[in-house]
Design a protein around this ligand. Structure first.
Ligand SMILES: Nc1ncnc2c1ncn2[C@@H]1O[C@H](COP(=O)(O)OP(=O)(O)O)[C@@H](O)[C@H]1O
Ligand SMILES: [Mg+2]
Length: 330
């Protein structure tokens, strides 16, 4: 009667290495072989070669059954979450989120965007996905692909236009959960566009989904910076590391005369970052081009112009942080 070790000695080494067990009962040989890492065609070839080898090795065998087992591919780790917050609206938080995502995707990262801003969901416009609705697989949402290599889901895609803000807390919480637990397999980083300020949605997001870190956006004026300070405090209170502060609308480049002026002042955010002991990630100028391209669903970060480079530089700082930050356990 054939034994495992006897058979393994007679097999070519690649087959022997894959054979795990053999059992012979009433002329039926049952083999278990490991097909980990083989594609379908190679697995079928392995099966056929094993059948032949066993039939040839023992004349009493009239039937060979091969069971192939494969180590399951490791489940993709849940994406790391980075929240983008601001103390108040209108400072360019959504614009920054979309452009950071596009810049990181261009740098080779697999990035998704979740638009959790119930007051003004704008990612569908920014990423040019207004005409798409997410589909679902059973209960799980499937994110919408943008044309920029960034998948996205927006609370604006889940409710009739303008209705989100009237939602009750429980409904908002449920929609957030559906977006965060959508099919993000293969996505390594989720950027979450938070509503401005420090309300319920922010707390739910921070406590339930525990972002790895947060980016805070501010314009250079004192008032905006006071609000940004509050946002930073909130992140700190819930134990979410502040990756850094971004100054948006810093310096206005006049398209007519080429002169640079500072309608909101400049450098305020950098000074505030220093005072608050958070890293300064960079600044984006106030530029007509950014507004126009953003409204048209063409993120400047998708191009190589000066504005695209401003976003790419900030994305590079974020990348450094991601590479240096501790990975989530398990
Ligand atoms: N650096 C910039 N230059 C010019 N316009 C900008 C810039 N950043 C944002 N905007 C414009 O300002 C408005 C508010 O930006 P948005 O990203 O929606 O802010 P928030 O999400 O903080 O409310 C939008 O019309 C956007 O196109
Ligand atoms: Mg916004």
């Amino acid at each position: 009667m054939i034994t495992l070790s006897a058979l393994q000695q007679r097999l070519p080494p690649d087959l022997a290495a894959r054979l795990r067990s053999i059992r012979l009962l009433d002329g039926v040989a049952t083999l278990v072989a490991d097909a980990s890492g083989l594609d379908r065609a190679s697995a079928e070839a392995l099966e056929a070669r094993l059948e032949q080898a066993v039939a040839a090795a023992d004349g009493t065998v009239r039937e060979v059954r091969v069971a192939l087992m494969a180590e399951r591919a490791p489940a993709p780790a849940a994406p790391r979450i980075v929240a983008v917050g601001s103390g108040k609206g209108g400072v360019g938080k959504s614009t920054l989120t979309a452009n950071l995502a596009v810049a990181l995707a261009r740098a080779g990262r697999r990035v998704g965007v979740v638009d959790a801003d119930i007051h003004g969901p704008s990612q569908p416009t920014l990423l040019g996905t207004q005409d798409s609705r997410p589909t679902a697989d059973g209960q799980q949402l499937i994110p919408v692909e943008s044309a920029f290599g960034v998948a996205m889901l927006s609370i604006g895609q889940m409710v009739p236009a303008g209705k989100a803000v009237a939602w009750r807390g429980a409904m908002v919480g449920k929609a957030l959960g559906q977006m965060m637990e959508a099919r993000w397999a293969g996505t390594e980083l989720l950027l979450v566009d938070l509503p401005p300020g420090t309300g319920d949605v922010q707390l739910t997001m921070l406590q339930r989904f525990r972002p790895a870190g947060a980016v805070v956006v501010s314009t250079p004026q004192d008032l905006a910076l006071i609000d940004a300070t509050r946002a930073i405090d909130l992140f700190r209170q819930v134990g979410v590391p502040v990756i850094g502060l971004v100054e948006n609308m810093a310096g206005y480049l006049c398209p007519h005369c080429g002169g640079l002026s500072d309608p909101f002042g400049s450098g305020g955010a950098e000074a505030a970052a220093q005072a608050l002991d958070v890293p300064f990630l960079g600044r984006v100028p106030l530029a007509m081009e950014i507004r126009a391209a953003s409204d048209a669903g063409r993120p400047p970060a998708a191009g190589d112009g000066a504005q695209g480079q401003a976003f790419a530089a900030i994305a590079a700082r974020l990348s450094e942080w991601l590479d240096g930050a501790p990975q989530p356990a398990g």
